[in-house]
Structures are given as structure tokens and as C-alpha cells.
Write a protein of this length. Structure first.
Length: 562
């Protein structure tokens, strides 16, 4: 099979028909799952989320001042470049650089069974993989149209232009991944240095612009607004606009004011860029497929892991002996997760350094109670939004091994604790480091320090337990796409926001109750101790839910289909 050949149009029609049949099967399966009483709450939340999104977009957002077409065009094209740069930074630190086999085309087991040995070109398999992103691109386009319809004159041109931009961005993301996959170990290390320097330069530029545009002593909210404006200026800059050349036609089409001959040219250019990018992707994929594969790496890694398991420390044996018999299997499960953490230590460190710097950034403005609260807010948001995707050392990593895990003679509670132990400990370590640094600089007082040092660790347990409970109830593959994933992402984000506001509201309400009914002599210690105890009890609830979902999981029917 030629690495960079192209099949006849009938082959692509057959692939599209195969994908349509798969989509139909998944839709029918999703409908059956939605009709299940066990998922009635999730279905209701999904519907409410979509309805609320559309209502807010059509009412609240439509009241703002429309954006100038020229400025909106620069923002639309520049934002695609900024996202591509973000994906480059993320991919360059997550691509495997240990000499094992390059994975250029990611197919499910079912697709690999049907297509990998078929008499078709490799580019056709690559095209089939990209077909799966069309549905997701359509959903994203419609969601953006709800936000931007007030700023354009022709909604149909906005939809067409945004779909072209997002479709091209999906191919560019794969071009980045394939380009990194064919690099040697030394070239990848050099690429990491260069990409990191570019990202650092962009960050410094944004910080300088914020400091120049915001007077000293301004509230922190003014700095946040200035940061957003600085990002908009960056998207409109000449450098970014040069990189955004492939998206200029689609962005101009999206902000069309009047139909003209230029509109036809823009439509043609918008439709031409994805096939051109697809050709580049096919060439890179052919190079990745022709690279020699390193044999023996998996065996070597397996033997090293086996030796690590055999060299259990005396401390580990002592800890295991001190645990109840039903919990002694927690440490081996956590040890397995810890070995994965060691193999990806650099990536994990980078993933945690970024939220640490973001959380500590308010200290650059000034010091005081306001900055301390913004640091706590940054730690809380990082724990809620950034830590779960960065530390996927739990059930989310074992979606293909559910049957194996379910067959082990391990109690569900011990399995849940073992799966969550390492990511939770890493998140708590991140919280402690940031808060220690901030408390030494701000010196907020012992009561504030003890409160957040006692409340945030249980919050980390709550976040990871809830994340895994949702995943076990609605499991999916790591790179799953489609409308279901888009809806799931929005619902989970909405649920996280509501939960965070609810917990903060309970904390404030309890402070008011304590201030009114508790004697002043014991007010502070009573509030601190009860808040810590309450946070611990709240954290126990999602742990119990995760245990129950794992206990009730039927791997034959609940595991995600290929």
C-alpha cells in the first residue's frame, strides 16, 4: 500500500457511508442510554445547559455593542493561531520521546480491524479519521454562532466561515502532532526549548501590556480585564495575522457585510484551504509511517516495571501491614499509578507549574487581603479546572482495562482510593506549595491560613472523586469526539461552576451563622474546626458515589463502544 496515494472518489463515498452507519448506531445507543432512569438527571442537566446557553446568547449577549467587522475578522483569524500555538506547546511536552513506536493515525480497535488491512491507501484511512471531527466542528460552529450572531449581518456567512475555520484548525492540529511524531529525540528536545521560549515571550508581552495599560493600585479585576484586552491585541497583531493567513478568507467570509464578487472568492478560498492542509498532513503521515520502529521498547519497559514492583520498600511493606486487610491492595494500585507519574514527570511538572504561576500572579500587583483572596481563588479554580485534565492517573486512564480491573479481587472502595490517591496527593502538594509562598509574602493571619489549608485538600478529593464518578457513569475514550462529547463538556463545566458557587455559599452562610450564635471567645476556632469537618464530610460523599458507580458498572454494556 502506497504511503501517500489517493483512492478513487467511490472509496471516500464508502468511507463516508461507513461513518454515517457508525454515527447512526452510536446515536441509537445514546438514545437508549438517555432513556435509562439511571441517567435521567444527566439528561435533564444537558437539556437545561443547552437551553440556558441559547437563551443567554439570544438575550444577554445581544444587548452588548456590536464589534466592528474589521476587528472581529482579526480576532477570529488570530484566535485560531493562538489556539494552534497553545496546542503546539501542549503537544510538544506530551509527545512520546522515549524511542518507541510513533502513532501517526489513531484508530479504534474496530476501525483498525475493518480498515487497517483493507486494500485502500493510507491517506484514505487518515481521511476517515478526520471525518469523525466534522460533527464536532458543526456543533462548535453553532455554539459560536449563538454568541456572535449579534455582530454580523449575514448569519449564514458566519456559520460557513466559522465552520471552515474550525475544520482547518482540526487539520492543523493533526499536522502539528504528525510533525512532532517524526522528530528525532534530539530534535524534539530542541523543539521543546524553542517552543517554550516563544510561549514565554508571548506571556511576557501580555504581562508588559497589562502593566502599561493599568494604573498602579487598580483592583485585580481591572488587571483581568486588561489581560483579556491584551490577548485581543495579540490576536490582532501583525505577527499573528501573518501566521493566520490560511484563516483570513474564512474570517472575512464570517463578517460579510454585503454580497459581492469578493464573497465568491472568499468562499472558494475557504473551501480550498482544508484540502491543501489535508495534502500536507498526508505527506507527514506517510513519513511517520515509513519510519523504522524501535523493537523491544515495550518489553524493556515491562521488565523495568516488573523489577520496580518486585523492589517494594520496607516502608511500603510496613504501611501495608498497618492497613486493614480490605485496604491492603490500595498501595499496589497507587504504586502502579506512581510508576506512570514517574514516566511522565516532566509533563506533569510543566502542567502544574503553569497554574502555580497563574495563581501567584496577583502577588505581582500588590500584597494584602485582596491579593490573598485572589491567590486562593486561583488555587481553587486550578484545582477545579486544570488539575483533573493534567493528572489523569485514575480511572480515566484505564478505560480499555475496565474488564481487567473489574475482575481483580479488590473491594470497590479500595479500588477507588488506590486510583485517586496519586492525583489527589499531587494536587494537594500543588495547593500547599502555592499557599505557603503566598502566606509568607502576604501574611494574611493564622485564621485565614488555617482555614484554607484545611478546606482546600478535601476540595481536591471532591473534585477528583466527582470527575471519576461522572466518567464511570458516562465513560468515553480519551480522544472521543462528536456532539455527545461537546454536550458532556458543557454540562460538566456547568456542574463544576454550580458546585463551586454552592460550596462557597455554604461556607459564607456558615460563617454568618457562627458569627450570630457562637460566643465571640470561641468563634474563630469553632468556625475553623467545623469548616474543616464539613469539608471532609462533603468530600466523602462523591467518594461514596464513585465507589457505588464502580460497583454497579457492567463492563459489557457500560464500556464505551469502539
Amino acid at each position: 500500500m502506497n504511503a501517500i496515494g489517493w483512492d478513487s472518489p467511490s472509496t471516500y463515498r464508502n468511507l463516508a457511508d461507513l461513518h454515517a452507519r457508525q454515527v447512526r448506531s452510536r446515536v441509537l445507543r445514546s438514545i437508549e442510554r438517555i432513556r435509562s432512569p439511571q441517567r435521567a438527571l444527566a439528561t435533564t442537566l444537558a437539556v437545561l445547559c443547552l437551553v440556558g446557553y441559547v437563551v443567554v446568547g439570544l438575550t444577554v449577549l445581544s444587548q452588548r455593542t456590536p464589534i466592528e467587522p474589521a476587528q472581529l475578522q482579526r480576532w477570529l483569524s488570530g484566535s485560531m493561531v493562538i489556539y494552534a500555538l497553545y496546542h503546539l506547546v501542549r503537544s510538544v511536552w506530551t509527545v512520546n520521546a522515549h524511542g518507541d513506536e510513533h502513532t501517526s493515525v489513531e484508530l479504534s480497535d474496530a476501525a483498525r480491524l475493518w480498515l487497517a488491512g483493507a486494500p485502500i491507501q493510507r491517506s484514505s484511512i487518515l481521511s476517515y479519521e478526520l471525518i469523525g471531527s466534522v460533527t464536532q466542528a458543526i456543533v462548535k460552529t453553532l455554539m459560536l454562532a449563538v454568541i456572535l450572531f449579534h455582530d454580523v449581518r449575514h448569519i449564514e456567512m458566519l456559520v460557513l466561515g466559522m465552520f471552515g475555520s474550525i475544520a482547518l484548525l482540526e487539520i492543523v492540529r493533526r499536522i502539528i502532532d504528525h510533525s512532532l511524531a517524526i522528530l528525532s529525540h534530539s530534535a524534539l528536545k530542541m523543539c521543546r526549548v524553542l517552543v517554550s521560549l516563544v510561549a514565554l515571550t508571548i506571556a511576557v508581552t501580555v504581562v508588559v501590556r497589562v502593566s502599561e495599560s493599568t494604573p498602579n493600585g487598580s483592583p485585580t479585576g481591572a488587571y483581568l480585564l486588561a489581560a483579556l484586552q491584551s490577548l485581543g491585541s495579540l490576536a490582532s497583531s501583525s505577527f499573528v495575522q501573518v501566521l493566520a493567513t490560511p484563516w483570513h478568507a474564512a474570517a472575512s467570509l464570517a463578517v460579510t457585510v454585503d454580497y459581492s464578487a469578493t464573497t465568491c472568492i472568499q468562499i472558494t478560498a475557504t473551501a480550498a484551504w482544508p484540502p491543501l492542509a489535508m495534502m500536507v498532513l498526508a505527506v507527514l503521515d506517510g513519513k511517520a509511517a515509513s519510519q523504522p520502529r524501535v523493537a523491544g521498547t515495550a518489553t524493556k519497559t515491562s521488565s523495568v516495571t516488573t523489577r520496580r514492583w518486585q523492589r517494594q520498600s520496607e516502608l511500603g511493606r510496613w504501611l501495608e501491614s498497618q492497613l486493614p486487610e480490605s485496604y491492603r491492595c490500595v498501595l499496589p494500585i497507587a504504586e502502579r499509578q506512581f510508576q506512570t507519574l514517574r514516566e511522565h514527570a516532566v509533563v506533569v511538572m510543566v502542567s502544574l507549574v503553569i497554574p502555580s504561576l497563574l495563581s501567584l500572579s496577583p502577588l505581582l500587583i500588590n500584597t494584602g487581603t485582596e491579593q490573598w483572596l485572589f491567590v486562593i481563588g486561583g488555587v481553587t479554580l486550578s484545582t477545579l479546572l486544570l488539575a483533573p485534565p493534567a493528572l489523569r492517573l485514575d480511572f480515566r486512564r484505564d478505560v480499555r482495562r475496565f474488564t481487567l480491573l473489574a475482575g481483580l479481587p479488590i473491594p470497590p472502595r479500595a479500588m477507588v482510593i488506590g486510583q485517586l490517591l496519586i492525583p489527589v496527593m499531587m494536587t494537594i502538594a500543588f495547593q500547599m506549595i502555592v499557599m505557603v509562598i503566598a502566606s509568607l509574602i502576604v501574611q494574611p493571619g493564622w485564621n485565614q491560613t488555617l482555614l484554607w489549608f484545611g478546606v482546600l485538600p478535601p476540595f481536591a478529593v471532591t473534585v477528583f472523586a466527582a470527575e471519576n464518578a461522572i466518567f464511570l457513569a458516562f465513560p468515553h475514550h480519551e480522544r472521543a469526539q462528536g456532539i455527545a462529547m461537546v454536550i458532556r463538556t458543557k454540562v460538566v463545566f456547568l456542574g463544576k461552576a454550580i458546585s463551586l458557587l454552592g460550596l462557597l455559599g455554604l461556607l459564607v452562610a456558615w460563617a454568618v451563622v457562627c458569627r450570630r450564635y457562637v460566643p465571640s471567645a470561641v468563634l474563630t476556632p469553632t468556625f475553623l474546626l467545623t469548616s474543616m469537618l464539613g469539608s471532609t464530610l462533603v468530600a466523602a460523599a462523591p467518594l461514596r458515589v464513585t465507589e457505588r458507580v464502580w460497583r454497579r458498572m457492567d463492563c459489557a454494556s457500560d464500556a464505551p463502544c469502539e
